[in-house]
Design a protein around this ligand. Structure first.
Ligand code: DHK
Length: 149
């Protein structure tokens, strides 16, 4: 049975490609999903993708994922910096979550320099544009292998 990975993206990430390309790059979310899906298959995993602009919708998606996903790549967008509800949802589900950011949030405005969710994630990848997702998928699959060993 292939490992099941959820790629979960939060608000405004549906606009990737046209949204502030100097900050977030020119790659669309569809391009990122296609690339990750190919890599996942090469690594014996299956990737599903979901996106919501709503905090509660993201909470529901995490709750649902506990029934089928082995791990989650999660870019919560701006909710990274504000959402106790998302932090609690990750803790409550016990899912292995990797936090992902296209930009280097540590080098940006002070309000982006704190993450509510980092303490309940297995790791964080930030600052490599679309490649952040590729690195996060690699890290998550290695983490799941280690835990299973
Ligand atoms: C994406 C967003 O939408 C911002 O609100 C975060 C993150 C950074 C990113 O770099 O992927 O602050």
């Amino acid at each position: 049975m292939p490992r099941q990975i959820l790629l979960l993206n939060g608000p405004n990430l549906n606009l990737l490609g046209t949204r502030e390309p100097d900050v977030y790059g020119a790659t669309t979310l569809d391009d990122i999903v296609a690339q990750l899906r190919t890599i996942a298959i090469e690594r014996g995993a299956e990737l599903s993708d979901q996106q919501s602009n709503h905090e509660g919708g993201l909470v529901d998606m995490l709750h649902d994922a506990r029934n089928w996903a082995d791990g989650v790549l999660f870019n919560p967008g701006a909710y990274t910096h504000t959402s106790i509800a998302l932090r609690d949802a990750i803790a409550a589900t016990g899912l292995a979550v990797v936090e992902v950011h296209l930009s280097n949030v540590a080098a940006r405005e002070s309000f982006r320099q704190h993450s509510m969710i980092s303490p309940v994630c297995v790791g964080v990848v930030s600052g490599f544009g679309a490649i952040s997702y590729v690195a996060a998928l690699d890290g998550l699959l290695r983490h799941l292998d280690e835990v299973a060993a």
